[in-house]
Write a protein that binds this ligand. Structure first.
Ligand code: SF4
Ligand code: SF4
Length: 56
């Protein structure tokens, strides 16, 4: 899963729903650690800005 930096408003909602703590809040956007993410989809569903997408 990856985060569209142009859409993320750093609300933090995705961080709390990630079961493996793969998401961190950076200065200008949230970031997903690709080595930790299990593609569970929780963050994709919760993001109000629709900033999270599957890797193509
Ligand atoms: S898809 Fe699941 S594991 Fe990956 S970052 Fe989102 S909530 Fe975390
Ligand atoms: S839920 Fe969406 S808008 Fe909020 S911090 Fe996560 S990626 Fe950004």
């Amino acid at each position: 899963m990856f985060i569209r930096k142009d859409l993320c408003d750093i609300c933090g909602s995705c961080v709390s729903v990630c079961p493996v703590d793969a998401i961190t809040i950076e200065e200008f956007n949230a970031e997903i650690d690709q080595n930790v993410c299990t593609e569970c989809g929780n963050c994709l569903i919760i993001c109000p800005a629709k900033a999270i997408e599957h890797k193509s």
